[in-house]
Design a protein around this ligand. Structure first.
Ligand SMILES: NC(=O)c1ccc[n+]([C@@H]2O[C@H](COP(=O)([O-])OP(=O)(O)OC[C@H]3O[C@@H](n4cnc5c(N)ncnc54)[C@H](O)[C@@H]3O)[C@@H](O)[C@H]2O)c1
Ligand SMILES: [Fe+2]
Length: 394
């Protein structure tokens, strides 16, 4: 059903294909910038990916103003202040982010401070605080999952409060996302698996949440098809460029879907588990996705039934009676999880992820205060969140 009113916004220019990163200096010039700060992390540098981007600047008018290569996972507001200082000290005029969601989100948050002039990101908490465009930002995802390359969100940790804070504004959307198959070939299997399920979760939640619309649906279904066709392949053989590129596209499509439609209860549980127990975002999503779908089943079984087609493919879809399709869709997600667990040991229970049973109450209490479930098809109370956490424990 088409909602009586909806909005869909995705102004991010996409450059996709082999050697796409070599076009960054030219694209910067189109944005009137020539001295970017590059934001990245040690894993990306160690994999030789920063060098690929820097090589692309040879012979161009642009020069790299500074490089910040110490972005931690679950980057915090303190890190963001440090990086903003580096930008100012080196008189940069733009940002190029090369990394996974942690790096991309850090760069987006840094862009708030260097444009608005402040020192403390906490001053910009909440939705739509920003009123004007930020500095040029080009992002090069090196994981395939968060979709941060096309979302209006930056998720930054607040270590003092043990929570992850979502900053939301259309101005956080990068000017450009560069998908270059060379940038994900080195991603280790476990990270490939976890980030890939993050993309899957974005698509499933976007398709079934209250703010879904025909455009986000189209992006979500396309993303799920690509995940089904490519995720396990990319984990099995990291050098499979076709599978890698498929997943890079899946991540972007799912990102555009959920940036417009929103996510749901699975993300609230995952954010809470990340904040309380430091379980990586994708792993937490993988653990909670089947349980979140079961929780929502009473409201959106018809939508899950439709998702069986992209999740499991036409043969399974056609051979499953209509009334069983929704439950079979949850099973299809479990099959993907089990295949990834068998292939690379990706945890599929909280216990396997090292979460102590004593933390389940704290996870549930944090989850109900997380904004991600605002558009979930079914309301989430503390007792529900605790029941989901217990079901996901082992
Ligand atoms: N903004 C959004 O819309 C959005 C959406 C979902 C998640 N997130 C955030 O994204 C973060 C997680 O991002 P992530 O899952 O991409 O992981 P990540 O950025 O934390 O990276 C995980 C690890 O993989 C390494 N790595 C990344 N790419 C590599 C490559 N190609 N080769 C070798 N090593 C590589 C990194 O060095 C790092 O050690 C979380 O903070 C989460 O909250 C943001
Ligand atoms: Fe996510």
């Amino acid at each position: 059903m088409i909602p009586s009113y909806y909005e869909f916004y995705n102004p991010v220019k996409v450059l996709a294909g082999n050697k796409a990163v070599d076009n960054i200096p030219y694209e910067l010039s189109l944005l009137s910038a020539r001295r970017p700060l590059i934001v990245t992390d040690q894993g990306v540098v160690g994999a030789g990916l920063l060098q690929i981007v820097i090589n692309g600047f040879a012979g161009s008018d642009a020069e790299v103003g500074a490089v910040f290569e110490d972005t931690p996972p679950d980057s915090s507001n303190e890190v963001v202040s440090d990086v903003a200082r580096l930008y100012r000290e080196n008189r940069c005029d733009s940002i190029v982010a090369v990394g996974g969601g942690s790096v991309l989100d850090t760069a987006k948050a840094v862009n708030i401070l260097v444009t608005e002039g402040g020192d403390d990101l906490l001053d910009y908490l909440g939705a739509d605080v920003l009123k004007a465009p930020l500095k040029p930002l080009i992002v090069v995802p090196t994981t395939a999952g968060t979709g941060s390359e096309v979302t209006s969100v930056a998720v930054i940790a607040n270590p003092k409060r043990q929570i992850k804070m979502p900053f939301t504004s259309q101005y956080l959307l990068p000017n450009m996302a560069v998908l270059d198959p060379r940038m994900t070939l080195t991603m280790p299997p476990k990270i490939t698996a976890a980030t890939g399920v993050d993309a899957l979760t974005h698509a499933v939640e976007a398709y079934s949440c209250k703010q879904r619309n025909p455009l986000s649906d189209a992006y979500a279904v396309a993303a799920i098809n690509l995940v089904r066709e490519n995720l396990v392949k990319a984990v099995k053989n990291g050098k499979d460029e076709k599978a890698r590129f498929g997943m890079a596209n899946a991540s972007l499509l799912a990102g555009a879907a959920f940036s417009n439609a929103m996510v749901g209860v699975v993300h609230s549980m995952a954010h809470a588990t990340g904040g309380v127990c430091h379980v990586p975002h994708g792993v937490a999503n993988a653990i909670f996705l089947p349980h979140g779908m079961e929780y929502n089943m009473s409201k959106v079984a018809d939508l899950y039934a439709e998702l069986l087609l992209p999740l499991a493919g036409p043969e399974v879809y056609l051979s499953t009676p209509e009334k069983n399709r929704a439950v079979r869709a949850v099973e299809a997600v479990r099959e993907i999880n089990r295949a990834l667990n068998a292939e690379c040991g990706m945890p599929i229970t909280l216990k396997q992820a090292g979460v102590a049973k004593s933390k389940l109450e704290a996870i549930a209490a944090t989850a109900i205060n997380d904004a991600a479930h605002a558009f979930n098809p079914r309301e989430l109370e503390y007792a529900d969140a605790l029941a989901i956490a217990r079901a996901a424990y082992e």
